[in-house]
Ligand binder design. Structure first.
Ligand SMILES: Cc1cc2nc3c(=O)[nH]c(=O)nc-3n(C[C@H](O)[C@H](O)[C@H](O)COP(=O)(O)OP(=O)(O)OC[C@H]3O[C@@H](n4cnc5c(N)ncnc54)[C@H](O)[C@@H]3O)c2cc1C
Length: 380
């Protein structure tokens, strides 16, 4: 296995703390949360109290102020190691918080960030609507300016942390202009007319709450507009590369874990009087996966450093997102096959990893949309 050169002693120390958190606070309870369809709010508060949320937030707003994506990446990797697909920490810390830190006013930062660091204010981002997902320009949720408020009407769907969220960044149309008419507005728990649909019944990610959200003429103070009116599309394009990188981190962590689990299995399971790992086909499969995991890790680590250097471009983020998530789907399937019938049984972790992996090539932009983006960057 190649050494990962991107980490120093501080990162290794942080990995131990993150590992301890997931081993103690998450792994023993995750099966129960799968049945409940969500994780408890107290888990978020524990994560916050131990410094595991919103790592990049400045100290003046209660954060650790580490402008280094390797820390959240380590946290996400450790989450993947215990197969904890439930807590939507990544969406909160690495997708929602960066909108506020990058384009929020000082007043907005003071209002929202301390709670987001502490885990008492849980974040979500609502782009997708029942009628449109890939095509953000077709967003129909409206926000009409009325004095010093915006009145939001419309609905969103498939929103991660939808049940738990206290703060939702809603992408809404404030003008007809296809790209220049989108704005980001923060809707908060308890605002009149803001309603949540049921917790959606998914095939995987069973412990993660995903919901439809309804906005029935929700009056949002103009102070909740994030950034400039009409610049929403630009902000989305600026933030989506990091969102895609987080998904790639999850993908590579998952394939590593699936590989380890499968290695153990093919060594101990026997058929025809020998371990199944000793058949040439199994050895080839494991060898191919071992190679692909190294390729994925090197590419991903380079992208993490590019993000740290503010150099990660949208097209490279799209590459790492589609390639690692397609690899994840492929690896899960091969690992399940190597488990034979046991792989299809819920008590074997590979079965859950196989189902949980399937969404990775869909959310955060589908594989097809990623390739469209890359194709366009090639001038085609
Ligand atoms: C578990 C889960 C969590 C999610 N969390 C969130 C969240 O927190 N916030 C949020 O806003 N959204 C979230 N989503 C939504 C997700 O981002 C969308 O489902 C995704 O972007 C695809 O949109 P869609 O489902 O409308 O599919 P569609 O856009 O209808 O696409 C359907 C198919 O058509 C293909 N297609 C579409 N356009 C093209 C094209 N131009 N060229 C080629 N093929 C094309 C797609 O690739 C796909 O295969 C989540 C989804 C899931 C399942």
């Amino acid at each position: 296995m190649l050494t990962r050169a991107i980490f120093n002693d501080e990162h290794h120390l942080y990995r131990s703390a993150a590992r301890e958190f997931f081993d103690r606070e998450v792994a023993p309870f995750h099966d129960g949360w799968e049945t409940q369809g969500t994780v408890p709010r107290e888990l978020w508060e524990k994560a916050g109290a131990q410094g595991h949320l919103a790592h990049t937030v400045a100290e003046e707003y209660g954060g650790a102020g580490v402008d280094d994506f390797r820390f959240p990446a380590i946290f996400t990797e450790e989450q993947g190691r215990v197969l904890a697909s439930g807590p939507g920490f990544g969406v909160h810390s690495d997708i929602v918080v960066p909108y506020i830190t990058s384009i929020g006013t000082a007043e907005q930062k003071r209002r929202w960030l301390p709670g987001m660091v502490a885990g008492t204010t849980i974040g979500a981002v609502a782009m997708t609507e029942p009628g449109t997902g890939s095509d953000l320009v077709a967003i129909r949720t409206r926000a009409v300016k009325d004095g010093d408020t915006y009145v939001i009407s419309g609905s969103k769907t498939f929103i991660t942390n939808g049940q738990l969220a206290d703060l939702v960044i809603v992408v809404a149309r404030t003008a007809e202009d296809p790209h220049g008419g989108l704005s980001l507005l923060v809707v908060e728990r308890g605002m009149e007319g803001f309603e949540r649909g049921r917790n959606l019944d998914k095939i995987g990610l069973k412990a993660q709450d995903t919901s439809e959200l309804f906005f029935n003429d929700v009056r949002v103070p103009a102070q909740n507009l994030l950034g400039q009116e009409g610049a929403g599309f630009v902000y989305l394009m600026q933030n989506l590369p990091q969102e895609r990188l987080v998904i790639a981190v999850m993908a590579v962590a998952a394939v590593r874990r699936a590989f380890e689990i499968t290695m153990d299995y093919v060594k101990q399971r026997t058929a025809f009087g020998r371990p199944i790992g000793s058949f040439q086909n199994s050895r080839m499969a494991m060898a191919e996966m071992a190679t692909e995991i190294e390729i994925a890790q090197v590419f991903l680590d380079r992208c993490i450093m590019e993000l740290n250097e503010k150099q990660l471009t949208a097209d490279v983020a799209a590459m790492v997102k589609w390639w690692t998530t397609e690899l994840q789907v492929k690896v899960m399937d091969r690992c399940l096959q190597l488990h034979g019938g046991y792989g299809y049984m819920k008590e074997y972790p590979i079965s859950r990893m196989w189902v949980d992996s399937r969404v990775q090539t869909i959310y955060g932009g589908t594989t097809e949309i990623m390739k469209e983006l890359i194709g366009r960057s090639l001038g085609l």
